[in-house]
Design a protein around this ligand. Structure first.
Ligand SMILES: O=c1ccn([C@@H]2O[C@H](COP(=O)(O)OP(=O)(O)O[C@H]3O[C@H](CO)[C@@H](O)[C@H](O)[C@H]3O)[C@@H](O)[C@H]2O)c(=O)[nH]1
Ligand SMILES: [Mn+2]
Length: 738
């Protein structure tokens, strides 16, 4: 390449097979139109006119929603960063990067897990004097603080070890887990083996001390003497009522405590528990992030910010460099507001029982959204430009300027710096300011991340999706069904609220982002309303089956063809997509089940709650996902046995639906066996209804097992079984007689 020629820091390639996919999608659309025509033209004269109109409604919805999802599949693009070029050109001019880790509850987010995440991001392959890590502790827990203090000492051994042997991943616990099975490969380098043993011993000792404090419910006296910071917990403060607690644990300005055992500077490390008062609403993670934005601007003011949840450790020490390739590209970099990496989960089982891998979102939909202008911001695992997160609008004049930050030289002493920064995290700081509205992450929505990303894109910025083959981050997904459903309720509810908010992608987005991207957002914002059509489809056809009223064309009728085409085409495509993305057949089947369960429970409750909120009956909540699993639950999780365990309204609905469907199916079976005449004919006349009913029966097998067969603690509770049986029988009988 000639010297004057521009060689970009990243490359964009288009997905293959677009022509085939688009032709298939067109043909499917034609079939959908035929279905609509069939419904319209057959409403009159059929039995069950109202049921028929409902079917029309459901099919119009499904068709419309399917059209929206095409935006996510029409134009996939993939990004490839060139880290070598980055270091050739900018190694000495790399910008400062601030990393925010959020935690909120030491009981369900164990401090050891939190510091593993912290250590993994401290150990990035990046100039340490330019790296600052901030832990926001909304739990205001002295044990979390203690763990971080321990981590700051352990880092002095861990970072040199990582760098010397280039280990991956750099979360100590994940790394130790990965080397134990392959212990003999490791001994090829005796020096590494020796140091590994030493550093592992330190880690275990640290773990022992933190566990001990957790067991005691507080930090032992002699340990408290190690840092003046513990005095903060002496007063009668509580989790929801305390002063700002801010400690800079590692900083270059601290001559005694800023270097690792090899004498190299460590990244800056800060602990922050923002002020909490019962009469001030804290705005959950968005509030924490905004406090971090202000505090960090005073301490390190990195131009680039990475945000991770406390369970999302770095699995790839190169990710900062990957992300910078996008921001620092001379030609396109200045348009990019954030770089989103996928959220992947280390505890997902092989066949991903709860569909938490969201495989098609990670591998297909986000590359598709990138093709329309950029992926959504999904909270964890995203790199941001500080400017845009703070509300800056895009303008054609905007250019990168990585040098100006060198002026950020701190003159004050560390103590003064702490005091000054503390004020920025107080409850009253945001009063009468634009924080949460125009500046920082948006308030008032359970998915602060998506709404913030959308508003950034609406201000003219682009975003980029980066999914390198060595995965960048791994977190923890819920390990039982109730938690999975609750998480999806929060997401779908939040997304629906975005649609109804000032930042609605349908209205506000119009003219500000591309039509394709508007559609992409709407796919997620309309998750929740899917419940209505899905509920209808999973109840009415089965009930009409026992009434003997067909709702679909007969097999011999030409109108049967579009139905068959859509069902076979969509199922086959779906399956192939899943397999291509690395899933298994069983995984696909599990995914279908979760798809149904989400739609009939989480999404329904999300809709109800949204309506209640609009009417002013319900408050904003954020149920934090537990990151600890009890031992017997964890064993069943490994064996991929579905975990119900508790009683909840969402599970009651799922069970009732499953039972109702079982009754309908048994009834049809009985008719087919007892009445020879008309029995078999019913199958022909109502083939699709029988098929649908059978599909629901098979997909619900885990529920029947949990009701009738299983004996372990993960089964459905008896009380719930009784309630659901009564409800399902009631519906079944009343339908038979009305
Ligand atoms: O008051 C709060 C509540 C939560 N969190 C933190 O927010 C993160 C996400 O919470 P989690 O319960 O793990 O929710 P998930 O559903 O797994 O999180 C996804 O969805 C959230 C929005 O619903 C985003 O905030 C997250 O970044 C995204 O990973 C965790 O680190 C929490 O510690 C706080 O800091 N303060
Ligand atoms: Mn999480």
């Amino acid at each position: 390449m000639g010297s004057g020629e521009y060689s970009p820091l990243f490359e964009t390639t288009r997905g293959r097979g677009r022509f085939i996919y688009r032709s298939f999608a067109m043909s499917l659309f034609v079939a959908i139109c035929f279905i609509w025509v069939y419904r319209f033209s057959h409403i009159k004269g059929e039995d069950g006119k109202w049921a028929w109109i409902g079917m029309l409604g459901a099919e119009l919805w499904f068709g419309f929603y399917w059209v929206l999802t095409q935006a996510l599949r029409w134009n996939l693009i993939f990004r490839q960063p060139f880290k070598n070029r980055l270091s050739q050109r900018y190694e000495n001019k790399l910008p400062r990067v601030d990393i925010f880790v959020c935690t909120a509850d030491p009981d369900i987010e164990p401090p050891m897990m939190v510091i593993n995440t912290v250590l993994s991001v401290m150990a990035y392959d990046y100039p340490t004097e330019k790296l600052s890590v901030y832990l926001s502790d909304d739990g205001g827990s002295e044990i979390t603080f203690y763990a971080l203090l321990e981590a700051s000492n352990f880092a002095k051994h861990w970072l040199p070890f990582c760098k010397r042997f280039k280990v991956e991943p750099r979360s100590p616990s994940a790394y130790f887990k990965s080397v134990v099975p392959s212990a003999d490969n490791c001994t090829t380098d005796p020096c590494q083996a020796k140091e590994l043993a030493a550093v592992k011993k330190l880690y275990d000792e640290m773990g022992g001390r933190v566990e001990n404090a957790t067991k005691l419910g507080g930090v032992p006296k002699e340990e408290r003497l190690k840092h003046r910071g513990f005095s903060r917990w002496d007063s009668d403060s509580s989790r929801r009522d305390h002063d700002t607690i801010l400690h800079i644990l590692l900083h270059v300005k601290d001559p005694n405590n800023s270097k690792d055992v090899d004498g190299f500077v460590l990244p800056t490390l800060v602990y922050l528990a923002r002020e909490k008062r019962p009469n001030y609403f804290h705005n959950f993670k968005a509030g924490a992030m905004n406090s971090l934005l202000r505090v960090s601007s005073n301490i390190s003011n990195g131009k680039i910010i990475l945000n991770v949840d406390c369970d999302m450790y770095s699995n790839n020490s190169q990710s900062v460099r990957d992300a910078l390739c996008f921001f620092m590209d001379e030609e396109k970099g200045h348009e990019i507001a954030y770089v989103q990496f996928p959220q992947l989960f280390e505890n997902a089982t092989k066949n991903d029982l709860y569909g938490c891998g969201l495989i098609s979102i990670v591998e297909v939909e986000f590359p598709g959204a990138d093709g329309c202008g950029g992926p959504l911001y999904i909270g964890s695992a995203g790199f941001h430009r500080r400017d845009t997160l703070c509300g800056m609008k895009y303008s054609d004049q905007y250019r990168n300027d990585w040098n100006s930050e060198d002026n950020h030289i701190i003159k004050a002493s560390l103590q003064e710096l702490e005091e000054k920064s503390k004020a920025l995290a107080s409850c009253t700081y945001e009063k009468n300011t634009l924080w949460g509205k125009e500046i920082g992450l948006k308030y008032g929505c359970p998915v602060e991340d998506v709404i913030t990303g959308l508003s950034i894109q609406c201000q003219g910025w682009k975003s980029v999706y980066c999914n390198p083959s060595r995965k960048a981050f791994f977190g923890l997904a819920p390990t039982n069904l109730p938690q999975t459903l609750v998480q999806h309720k929060r997401w779908s509810e939040g997304d629906l609220q975005i649609l109804l908010s000032k930042y609605s992608p349908a209205r506000y987005g119009f003219g500000r982002i591309s039509l394709g991207l508007q559609m992409c957002y709407c796919v997620y914002c309309l998750w929740a309303p899917n419940c209505l059509a899905t509920l209808y489809y999973s109840i009415i056809p089965s009930l009409y089956l026992i009434k003997g009223i067909p709702l679909f064309p007969k097999m011999s009728c030409p109108w049967f063809i579009p139905f068959a085409y859509v069902i076979i085409g969509e199922t086959t495509y779906n399956l192939l997509e899943f397999l291509f993305c690395g899933g298994t057949f069983q995984g696909w089947w599990n995914d279908q089940r979760i798809w149904l369960y989400k739609r009939t429970s989480s999404y329904l409750f999300a809709c109800i709650d949204t309506v209640l909120k609009l009417l002013g009956f319900s408050d904003l909540t954020f149920e934090i996902t537990a990151k600890v699993t009890e031992e017997d639950v964890s064993k069943r999780h490994e064996k991929e046995i579905m975990e119900f365990g508790t009683s909840s309204p969402m599970l009651t609905i799922l069970t009732t639906l499953a039972l109702l469907n079982l009754f309908c199916f048994l009834n049809v079976l009985k008719d087919a066996i007892l009445l020879e005449e008309g029995g078999l004919e019913a199958y022909e006349k109502m083939a699709l209804q029988v098929l649908l009913c059978g599909f629901l029966l098979f997909i619900n097998l885990p529920i029947y097992q949990a009701l009738f067969i299983r004996k372990d603690n993960g089964k459905l509770p008896i009380s719930l079984a009784i309630k659901s049986t009564i409800l399902a029988l009631g519906a079944f009988i009343s339908c038979n007689f009305i």
